[in-house]
Design a protein around this ligand. Structure first.
Ligand code: ADE
Ligand code: ZN
Length: 324
């Protein structure tokens, strides 16, 4: 079964490249790049990987992001992820990155960072045949000026970026704050997706659809609280990019057996399975499928989820046909 789950062709549609920074690599990069971390040993650092909610994870995630400094750091991170993704049967990956943090907080050069990530994706394409693109994610709890500045920097390179996303601390940062940034991204010809309904309410999912014109909802777990919205999302075929291990580790769900994916699938929602921040949550994408197998989802439903990931991707129709 594990082998079948890993070889099933699939797309990964909800993956933060910074969330693939494994603790050992972060510790090594900190040393190499002269970045001071508050922990004196790798074991002490690893003891921080117990999360009580989204914010407690984000605190560590942003702290370790400071260890990424050079173009090669970004390239190597991408190649390391795509190597693991290839082993898990990923054929196409649409990958978030958080440039506001690298540029506005950590002082890196936007083009250097983007060049590193794109070079890594090119290597992944040549080495493994993995297609895909980058989704520039707006960090919703940072200053809106920093989001605008990043869009200014991205504009000359808009054709090298697939879309815009919205991530980070959700509650208190509703979609209506980001209408202008998403409108601008649409004028670039970018696809639009948004994290909504992870810790935030179902109303944020509705607003992401109505105000930001999101084509996919990242997480969307709290759609279970609004049946009318759920029926609309089923009717319109809006995909949800679900991340079971993330939800468990961030205590969005308290027991994997209570994860709503099986019910969502039965209700007709177009769910997909993804790994979010696999270096933090205990597994890459095949492990997320395996977690669902462990709670009793049958192989045909797991295969349907993989099929959904192909249909929900922004790949061309020709590429989708190849992957099915
Ligand atoms: N950034 C990285 N992972 C995230 C998540 N699960 N939710 C919101 N923002 C994130
Ligand atoms: Zn995410």
């Amino acid at each position: 079964m594990r082998q079948a789950l890993a070889t099933m062709p699939k797309c990964e549609l909800h993956l933060h490249i910074e969330g693939t920074l494994e603790p050992d690599l972060a510790f090594a990069l900190a040393k190499r790049n002269g970045v001071a971390l508050p922990w004196t040993s790798l074991d002490e650092m690893k003891a921080q990987y117990e999360f009580e909610d989204l914010q407690s994870f984000l605190d560590l995630y942003y702290a370790l992001m400071r260890t990424l400094k050079t173009k090669d750091d970004f390239k190597d991170l991408m190649v390391a992820y795509l190597t693991r993704a290839n082993a898990d049967g990923v054929k196409h990956a649409e990958i978030f990155f958080d440039p506001q943090v690298h540029v506005c907080t950590n002082g890196l050069d936007f083009d250097m960072m983007l060049d590193g990530l794109l070079e890594g994706m090119m290597i992944g394409r040549e080495r493994f045949g993995i297609t895909g693109g980058l989704i520039l994610s707006i960090v919703r709890d940072m200053d809106i000026d920093s989001a605008n500045m990043i869009l200014d920097l991205a504009q000359p390179r808009k054709d090298e970026i697939l879309g815009i996303g919205l991530d980070s601390a959700e509650v208190g940062y509703p979609p209506d704050r980001f209408v202008d940034q998403f409108a601008r991204a649409r004028s670039f010809g970018w696809h639009c997706v948004a994290h909504a309904g992870e810790e935030g309410p179902a109303a944020y999912i509705r607003d992401a659809l109505d105000l930001l014109h999101a084509e996919r909802i990242d997480h969307g777990i709290h759609i279970q609280d609004d049946h009318e919205l759920l029926e609309r999302v089923v009717r319109d075929g809006v995909p949800l990019t679900c991340c079971p291990l993330s939800n468990l580790r961030l205590q969005v769900v308290h027991d994997m057996r209570k994860h709503p994916i099986p019910e969502f699938l039965h209700e007709g929602l177009m769910c997909t399975v993804n790994s979010d921040d696999p270096a933090y949550f205990g597994g890459y994408v095949a492990a997320n499928y395996a977690a669902l197998a462990d709670i009793g989802m049958p192989m045909e439903e797991l295969a349907a989820l993989a099929g959904n990931s192909i249909d929900a991707s922004f790949a061309s129709d020709g590429r989708k046909a190849q992957l099915h």
